[in-house]
Design a protein around this ligand. Structure first.
Ligand code: ATP
Length: 136
C-alpha cells in the first residue's frame, strides 16, 4: 500500500473530503503544488480552479473555490468556499453563472464589481471543465 496522509477539504456546507489520501495537486497563488506524504509544513492561499486527489489508488478531479491550505504533521487541511465532484456539477447552472459574469464584466467600470465578476467567471469555467471531464 502506498503511504498516505490525512486529507480534509472543508466547505461552509459540508466536509467534502475527510479521508486518507496518497497525493493532492492544488493551485496556490504561487502556482501548482503537489503534496505527498512527509511534505514540509506549508500554509498557502488556494486559488479557484481544479484539484486532483488520489484516494485508495484512484485519481479524482474536483472543482474548488478559493481558500487556504495548511500542511502539518501528515495532515493536509483545505478550507474552501465551495467544492464539487464532476458528477455533482449542474452544467446548466454553471453556464448561466458564466453568462451572468460575462454580462457584468461588459457592463461595469467599478473595480470591485469587475473583480467579483472575474471570480464568478472563473468558478463557472472551472465547474464546466471539471464536469466535462477535462483533467487539470
Ligand atoms: P451560482 O451563481 O450558480 O450560485 P456561484 O459561483 O456564485 O454560482 P458559489 O457561491 O461558489 O456559487 O457556491 C454556492 C454553493 O452552490 C456551493 O455549495 C457550491 O458547491 C454550489 N454550486 C454552485 N454552482 C454549482 C453548480 N454549477 N453545480 C453544483 N453546485 C454548485
Amino acid at each position: 500500500m502506498e503511504p498516505t496522509f490525512n486529507l480534509e477539504i472543508i466547505t461552509p456546507y459540508r466536509v467534502f473530503v475527510g479521508t486518507a489520501s496518497e497525493m493532492i495537486i492544488v493551485n496556490t497563488i504561487d502556482g501548482e503544488l503537489g503534496i505527498l506524504p512527509d511534505h514540509e509544513p506549508v500554509a498557502a492561499p488556494i486559488v479557484i480552479g481544479p484539484i486532483k486527489v488520489k484516494i485508495g489508488g484512484k485519481w479524482k478531479n474536483a472543482a474548488v473555490s478559493d481558500g487556504i491550505l495548511e500542511v502539518v504533521h501528515e495532515r493536509v487541511t483545505m478550507l474552501v468556499g465551495a467544492a464539487e465532484w464532476p458528477e455533482e456539477i449542474d452544467v446548466a447552472r454553471a453556464e448561466r453563472s458564466r453568462a451572468r459574469a460575462l454580462e457584468r464584466l461588459k457592463d461595469t467600470t467599478v473595480v470591485w464589481e469587475a473583480h467579483r465578476a472575474k471570480a464568478a467567471l472563473l468558478r463557472a469555467e472551472t465547474r464546466l471543465k471539471i464536469a466535462k471531464g477535462s483533467t487539470p
